[in-house]
Write a new protein. Sequence first.
Length: 119
Amino acid sequence: AQLVESGGGVVQPGGSLRLSCAASGFSFSTYHMKWYRRAPGKELEMVARIRSGGAVTWYDDSVQGRFTISRDNSKSEVYLQMDKLESDDTAMYYCSAGTSWITAVNDYWGQGTQVTVSS
């Protein structure tokens, strides 16, 4: 199994970025997909997740209303649209794929993509 994130970069506060995660080597449409981030000096935190069918999503309070997770099962890809970015959003962002909606135990992980929000 492989997950490859892309789309990170440097953006000014208030700007937008769209992260993508391309999956291969497993049955993508049967897996729940999650986006995590790890900011410097902080623990890994889940910011958004989407169920295998795409109908149910969840967001951490810190990104609710600013981030949108979506998926395209025909392309085996998941996305994270990030709007109104803030300096606190600066982090390495990772996607994961798992059969559990709650935990990341046994999830597949990507290598991460860096997002830096700075003026």
